[in-house]
Design a protein around this ligand. Structure first.
Ligand code: AMP
Length: 266
């Protein structure tokens, strides 16, 4: 496993790698990241994982500073997974050049997380655009847990004619049903139990056809959730909001357990 902090050294090392699979992360690695990396191992060619806690996607400085970081543990996980290249740039490496492409921000960026976290998706796309330009991978693997992010990156890649393929990877869950997340490390046992109840509840409701969103919000608050940013259903063909559930729809939620903001989709 070769570790690079400098983008030029990395670029020199991967110059002849025409079949690179890329997994971008913010570190704090868990089973969700590991499944993406294992999937990247299945493709022919080499793989590369980046670890960069992107300051531009945090709309709250405290949240950025509190974001769990565990670089040494992450590196030992990556080594065990036999990852070929790891890129751990600092802010200067990422921001000290002007990318060829500007970002394409699809209108869906204004919904869900976009309406609660100002500048979040601009921040995500800013960094992904830079990482894609530095690495020029054959494919990028992204988790369906961050569904809106996955969709917006795909739209950016398509609109800008970037040759990288976007590979969607399933959401990996904890034993209690909650989607694995670096932020789960910040939860106490009681909070994790509430997260688990929300999983069971929404997973059951997604099998219904018609739901009452206000009643759902009330039920979730009764589990002990103080704040729900959103609980909305979208049709994934039209990207319009709906209250009817069918095979083309997804329920999206963002809620707080204490100060920890969590997202999921069903
Ligand atoms: P992050 O480190 O949170 O920025 O996530 C890096 C990548 O891992 C993104 O593509 C996420 O969608 C993906 N990811 C995070 N959590 C999960 C999960 N529970 N299951 C599958 N993929 C995930």
């Amino acid at each position: 496993m070769k570790i690079f902090k400098n983008k030029h050294k990395l670029q020199k090392a991967i110059l002849n790698q025409k079949n690179l699979s890329f997994v971008p992360t913010m570190g704090g690695l868990h089973k969700g990241h590991i499944s993406l990396i294992k999937k990247s191992n299945k493709f022919k060619g080499k793989n590369i994982v980046s670890i960069f806690v992107n300051p531009k996607q945090f709309n709250n400085k405290k949240d950025y500073l509190n974001y769990p970081r565990s670089l040494n543990k992450d590196l030992s996980i990556l080594k065990n997974l036999k990852v070929d290249y790891v890129f751990i740039p600092n802010k200067k490496e990422i921001f000290s050049f002007k990318p060829k492409n500007n970002i394409y921000l699809d209108n869906f960026s204004k919904k869900l997380c976009g309406s609660f976290r100002k500048g979040h998706f601009e921040g995500v796309l800013n960094i992904i655009n830079r990482l894609l330009e530095i690495i020029n991978p054959k494919r990028i693997l992204l988790g369906a847990k961050d569904y809106q992010q996955l969709y917006l990156i795909k739209r950016h890649v398509t609109k800008k004619g970037i040759k990288t393929l976007v590979v969607k990877c399933n959401t990996i869950r904890e034993k209690n049903g909650m989607a694995c997340s670096t932020r789960n490390k910040l939860l106490n046992k009681k909070q994790a139990r509430i997260g688990s109840k929300i999983y069971v509840y929404l997973n059951r409701l997604k099998k219904r056809h018609v739901v009452n969103i206000n009643k759902m919000k009330e039920d979730i608050k009764n589990f002990g959730v103080k704040k729900i940013d959103y609980l909305e259903i979208y049709n994934l063909k039209t990207y319009k909001k709906t209250s009817l559930i069918n095979k083309n729809t997804k329920i999206f939620i963002a809620y707080y357990l204490g100060n920890v903001r969590l997202i999921d989709n069903f």
